[in-house]
Design a protein around this ligand. Structure first.
Ligand code: FES
Length: 117
């Protein structure tokens, strides 16, 4: 089952920036590109770099460690198509940036307000 969970407030993530958030023991990278929000797995498939700390350019995030780049919409890796990262659906709800993630049945009872960062 999937559920939208808050990972940031709109005001805390200005255009052109990204961040790593930890939720339910997993790390996600969340970005604001010109007012549009995107999310993907935070771990770079090359050697584990934190994509949330990467640089945004041309609709992609560049890993801060060795520069591999990933499409913000699809997670496709430019130059290494066999190693995409998983993208997540994002919505803005009441000033919060929320991502749609799969949850275990035991996790569904968590109050989403408790997950706000
Ligand atoms: S760890 Fe991301 S490019 Fe090497």
């Amino acid at each position: 089952m999937s559920q939208f969970l808050s990972v940031a407030t709109v005001d805390s993530l200005p255009p052109g920036q990204g961040r790593t958030v930890e939720l339910k023991g997993r790390r996600f990278a969340v970005f604001n590109l010109d007012g549009q929000f995107y999310a993907m797995d935070d771990t770079c498939p090359h050697r584990g770099g934190p994509l949330g700390a990467g640089v945004l350019e041309d609709g992609r995030v560049f890993c801060p460690l060795h520069g591999w780049s990933f499409d913000l919409k699809t997670g496709a890796c430019h130059g290494n198509p066999e190693t995409p990262v998983k993208p997540y659906q994002v919505r803005v709800e009441n000033g919060d940036v929320q991502i749609l993630i799969e949850c275990l049945n035991s996790e569904l009872s968590i109050n989403p307000a408790q997950t706000k960062l």
